[in-house]
Structure formats: C-alpha cells, structure tokens
Design a protein around this ligand. Sequence first.
Ligand SMILES: [Zn+2]
Length: 240
Amino acid sequence: MQNCPRKNFLLKWGAVALGALIALFALGAPVLAAAIKAASATYVVVVDAGHGGADAGVTGVRTSVKESELNLKVARLLGEYLEGGGIRVVYTRTADGMHSHKNSGGNKKRGDMFYRGDVINKSAPDAVISIHMNFYTASSRRGAQAFFDRHSERGREFAEIVQELLNRDVNSELGGREYAALSAEKYLLSCSPYPAVIAECGFLSNPLDEAALSDPDFQARLAYTLFQATVIFLNSSRAG
Ligand SMILES: [Zn+2]
C-alpha cells in the first residue's frame, strides 16, 4: 500500500514526460532546435490582432463573422505557441475594443493605430506580426499572404519566411495557388525600426476561406504555421 502513491507519482510523471517527448517530435527537429535556442535568448515578439471595437475590419460574406474576432483568436493562439517556446509576447490587444491616444486628433482609428505603434516601439521587439483577414471584390480569390515595408530588409526576410510556410501549409490546401510576399504601405509596418509582417490569413469574401478561418482547428494550424515562421526568422536573424 505504501508504494502506491510513489507508483502513481511515477506513472503520472512518466505519462507527462512521454507526452512532452511526443510533442517535441511532432514539432520536427529544426523547429525544435530553433525553439530551444529561442528560449535561451529571450526574444520579444509583438503579436498584433488587427482591428477591434468599433473598427471590426471586414466581415464574412456568408456568416458576417467579424475580422476583428478572428484576428484575436489567431493572435491569442500564436501568442500561446510563442510563449510555449520561451518567447516573451507583447500583445497590442487581448480583448475586443480600441485604445485611445493623445495625438489622435479625435480620430478613434488613428488613436488606436498610434497606441499600437507605441506598444511596438516601447517593447523594442525582435519581430512584429500582425494578424488580419482579407477581402476582395472577386469572391473566387483565396489564400494567405504576407506583407512587409519596402524600406525594411529584415521585414522582407521575415515576410518571405512567413509566405513560404503559408504556401506550404495553407495555400497548397486553400485555393491551390502560391503567393509571393508583397510590400505594402501600412502604419503598423513602418511605425518602428523592427521587422514587421502583416499576415492576411485568407479571404472573408470567399465562403470556403471564411468557413476555414472560422474553424478553431484551422485557426490553430494557421497560428502554428505563423509560430514556426517566426521562430525560423528569429534564429536566422540572430545567427546573422
Ligand atoms: Zn484587416
């Protein structure tokens, strides 16, 4: 009888250790090595969930789901993966709503963007990743795209890694086409000297993309792909 608690203890922690081992193998060796390196280097990543509050972004063509809601879900999942890899995550928002800023000039949207810019600049992050959902007049358009600021070489490198993995994991399945990372003139990309990417995760103007982006399993896969891309970028940048 006296041995039972000890046996239970060993069984319990043996199961935990086995679970951890399986999880590590599932990650794949390169990502695992990167995650361990990242953990020891205490990287900082700003995760930005686009829109929020009165600014809902675009809405789903079939269900009217708000972009701001989906962005937050994917951003939270991405943040959890990054924190699991030992990376410090700074969110620009963790709930629905908008932040104000003293220099907004009464414009709520501008105030919210300035607030996000302040968060990024105060955090001095190793990378910034902003989550959005796309919309296009042609409802047939599908897939995920990464954007960078054309003045930022490291932003371009980050976006190219994000795009490569989105093509591999998402676009091969959704829509069956690949995209190239593109430059875009966006405040969030140009408001700081830190490498920043906007991930437009799919098109809410397409019913099939909308259904996928609304599915919690797909959101988790998408977040995991973005996590992998971020870790690969962090390691490539620090190694250089
Ligand atoms: Zn958006």
